[in-house]
Design a protein around this ligand. Structure first.
Ligand code: SF4
Length: 382
């Protein structure tokens, strides 16, 4: 028996092609896409501008699955960790971060991660598999349902195109959860296309940021296929420290990474964000701030820096630097010509605080009941 077509797992072009293979006219593909994303229908029967015969066919040949949260934990500052149950029984997490008028969701792109960053708890899971595009976009729909259920009825107007404007509960999306988005290039690109399609979820590209650990060979191909914002986890001023805490640096060192960024054809005021998790005693000294500014001198006008004080967990291999150390680091960068330097506040300290921790915690409870142990490190700043 042929597998049912998952109507949520394709961008508009892919859906048109997949339906065309089944003999469905291409404009019908557009209609189905709109029903799925703009109208959020839960069954083909609700697609009332399709003929009855087509609806019956699609009902038997396609599916419209939906994911649900398996756990959620809310911190005093409103940050909420969502554990999302997948169809194969695995789980990934998303983090909902309300901040004034902004309601940001941090989404995962893989179950686990292969990149092995030493400060990251997800790294200890290894990589299980990539998420499909719909498993990424479902995290967005789940978070919006949760906001609605909580009575947070604030919306922001987005969208254009045939579907007209749309009201969204979330204002911003960041791909900084479990997994390396560019290691799951196809899944991430397709999810971004669904999220930004005016007939889809209609998020403006500038409201979406995809973060990479620095897979230098995938940055340009990614930006050729989507126009969302890019963030690169730098986390060190030199190759010695970076290779120690981020094994990817052994494959793509800082020169390779900065060369790619230098060549990016960024238009207008668009900049690449460099994320820099400050680890006390490891990468937060005055010398390292000066070295970082020196390394960035060729790309300074193309980048902005987010400094993120580490968010340690029990047993974490690093500590959070003092506020004074963070401020000193920031000031030294500014004094040396890096114009845009932000400090990001850690959020949700009182729940399991960083990406990877909630899923690991859930695994841990399961494994503890079967007598084994789960351990993990923390990822800060996601
Ligand atoms: S920080 Fe990101 S890329 Fe590095 S191991 Fe963790 S999830 Fe993977």
């Amino acid at each position: 028996m042929t597998e049912r077509l998952n109507l949520k797992d394709h961008d508009r072009e892919q859906l048109r092609a997949a339906l065309a293979e089944r003999g469905v006219e291409s404009y019908r593909g557009d209609q189905v896409f709109r029903w799925v994303w703009r109208r959020g229908v839960e069954s083909v029967a609700e697609m009332t501008n399709l003929s009855k015969a087509l609806r019956e066919r699609l009902a038997s040949e396609t599916r419209l699955p939906r994911l649900e949260p398996s756990d959620q934990r809310r911190a005093a500052d409103g940050t909420t960790k969502l554990l999302v149950g997948l169809e194969d029984g695995r789980e990934v997490e998303s983090v909902l971060i309300p901040d004034g008028e902004r309601r940001t969701l941090c989404v995962s792109t893989q179950v686990g991660c292969a990149m092995g960053c030493t400060f990251c708890r997800t790294a200890t899971m290894g990589l299980t598999r990539n998420l499909s595009p719909w498993e990424i976009t479902e995290q967005v729909l789940i978070a919006e349902r949760i906001l609605t259920a909580r009575g947070d009825t604030r919306t922001i107007t987005m969208g254009r195109g045939k579907g007209g404007q749309v009201q969204r509960r979330l204002t911003n999306l960041v791909f900084m959860g479990m997994g390396e988005p560019l290691h799951n290039l196809e899944g991430t690109v397709t999810a971004c296309r669904i999220l930004t399609d005016p007939e889809g979820l209609a998020f403006p590209e500038r409201r979406i940021t995809v973060s990479t650990v620095g897979l230098a060979d995938r940055i340009a191909p990614f930006l050729e296929r989507t126009n969302v914002n890019l963030a690169v986890s730098l986390n060190a001023p030199d190759d010695e420290v970076r290779s120690r805490i981020m094994p990817v640096n052994k494959k793509f060192d800082m020169d390779a990474l900065l060369a790619v960024v230098r060549e990016l054809p960024l238009s207008g005021r668009r900049r690449v964000t460099f994320e820099y998790v400050l680890l006390a005693g490891e990468n937060d000294s005055e010398r390292q701030a000066r070295e970082l500014a020196r390394r960035l001198s060729g790309v300074a006008e193309k980048v902005k820096i987010n400094l993120i004080p580490y968010n340690p967990h029990e047993g974490a291999p690093f500590a959070r630097p003092s506020d004074e150390a963070v401020e000193r680091f920031r000031r030294l960068l500014l004094e040396r010509g890096v114009e845009k330097v932000m400090v990001r506040r850690p959020r949700g300290d009182r729940i399991l605080a960083a990406c990877g921790q909630l899923a690991l915690s859930s695994q841990s409870s399961a494994s503890q009941s079967s007598g084994s142990q789960s351990s993990g490190k923390d990822r800060s700043g996601s």
